[in-house]
Design a binder for this molecule. Structure first.
Ligand code: SIN
Ligand code: MN
Length: 298
C-alpha cells in the first residue's frame, strides 16, 4: 500500500465525536505533569500495531538504534515509513488531548518506538526531555508533550517508566553535557548518538535527584497493553532494564505546539530525530486504525 498524506487526510475528523479531556483531566496534567489513560486502545488495535513491529525492527536504517547487546533499542520516525503508525500518530484520541493540553494546533516533533526487549532492554537514565530538545534542537519553550502508547502489559519487572509527578513545575534543570561512550555511529552520528543511548548525554546527578525527592516521589507507570501516558516535556522520568521474559514495546509520539517551532541551531540533529516540518496535524477519526485492516487499500 502507498503511504501518502492524502490517504489519511481526506477522511473527515468529525465522523466520530472527538474524544476530549475533561477539565479535571486537564487540571491533573497541569498539576502532576502526566495523565494515564487505561484502555485507550482496544486489544484489536494493539494487535494490529504489534503485527507491524517485526517489520519495523527488521528495517536496517540509521533510524534504528541498537543496545550494546545488539538488540533493537529504538526506531525513529516510523510514522514516515509505516502507514499504520502514521495513522496512529494522527488519531483524534491522541491529537485532540495534545491540542487541549498545549492550547494550540500541534505537529510531531519526534516519533520513536522503544523496544525494551526482554532481558536485553537497557535503562533510560533520569532526564527531562525538554533539556535535549532545547539544547540540541532549538526548541524555545516546554510547550510540548509526549503520548506513549504501550503495546504490551507493563509491570514492575519489564522496565516500567518511572515518573516524578509534579517535577515539571520545577522548570528545566540545566546540567552539563557528560563525556559518554557513544557507540560507533560514524561521522555526524557521533554527535547525536549519545542523546539516544543508555549512557545519556545530559544526566542528573544524585544530589539533584535527592533534592527533587524531598518535594516529590517516584511513580511507576504500569498497566495493561493499550494504556496511554501523556507526559509534559519537563517531567523527570527514567526506566530500569527489562529483567523479565516479556518485551515492553512503547510508541512515543511527541507533539509540539505550532507556536513553539524550533529555532536554527549550529548542528541540527537529523530530521528523523527532530522534525522541522511544522505543519499542523489534521487528525483522523478514531476508527481509522481498524478501517485500515478492513480497507487496506484505502
Ligand atoms: C525516554 O525517556 O525517552 C524513554 C523511556 C523509556 O522507554 O522507558
Ligand atoms: Mn525521555
Amino acid at each position: 500500500m502507498q503511504v501518502t498524506e492524502e490517504t489519511l487526510e481526506t477522511r473527515p475528523a468529525q465522523a466520530q465525536p472527538a474524544r476530549t479531556l475533561t477539565p479535571e483531566q486537564i487540571g491533573q496534567f497541569e498539576r502532576d505533569g502526566y495523565l494515564l489513560l487505561e484502555n485507550h486502545f482496544t486489544p484489536e488495535e494493539v494487535r494490529l500495531l504489534l503485527d507491524e513491529i517485526p517489520h519495523v525492527f527488521a528495517e536496517d536504517s540509521p533510524r534504528r538504534i541498537k543496545e550494546t547487546s545488539g538488540a533493537v533499542r529504538s526506531v525513529f520516525a516510523v510514522h514516515t515509513t509505516n502507514h499504520t503508525f502514521r495513522c496512529l500518530s494522527y488519531l483524534n484520541r491522541l491529537v485532540e488531548p495534545a491540542r487541549q493540553l498545549l492550547g494550540s494546533e500541534v505537529y510531531i516533533h519526534q516519533f520513536k518506538v522503544n523496544a525494551k526487549v526482554a532481558l536485553e532492554g537497557d535503562q533510560w537514565e533520569w532526564h527531562q526531555d525538554f533539556l535535549y530538545w532545547h539544547k540540541e534542537d532549538g526548541m524555545p519553550s516546554p510547550r510540548v508533550l509526549t503520548a506513549v502508547v504501550f503495546l504490551q502489559d507493563v509491570d514492575e519487572f519489564n522496565g516500567p517508566m518511572l515518573l516524578i509527578p509534579g517535577s515539571h513545575r520545577e522548570g528545566m534543570i540545566d546540567v552539563e553535557a557528560q563525556p559518554v561512550n557513544a557507540p560507533s555511529a560514524g561521522g555526524d552520528g557521533a554527535r547525536w548518538m549519545p542523546t539516544l543511548t543508555a549512557d545519556l548525554k545530559y544526566k542528573i546527578d544524585r544530589d539533584i535527584l535527592a533534592d527533587l525527592l524531598r518535594r516529590h516521589s517516584i511513580l511507576a507507570t504500569k498497566g495493561a497493553a493499550g494504556f496511554t501516558l501523556f507526559f509534559h516535556g519537563n517531567l523527570f522520568h527514567a526506566s530500569a532494564t527489562n529483567l523479565s521474559p516479556n518485551d515492553r514495546v512503547g510508541v512515543f509520539i511527541t507533539y509540539n505546539s505550532i507556536e513553539n517551532m524550533l529555532d536554527e541551531v549550529e548542528h541540527p540533529r537529523p530530521a528523523f530525530i527532530a522534525s522541522r516540518d511544522f505543519s499542523p496535524i489534521v487528525p483522523v477519526p478514531d476508527d481509522s486504525l481498524l478501517k485500515l485492516r478492513h480497507d487496506p487499500d484505502e
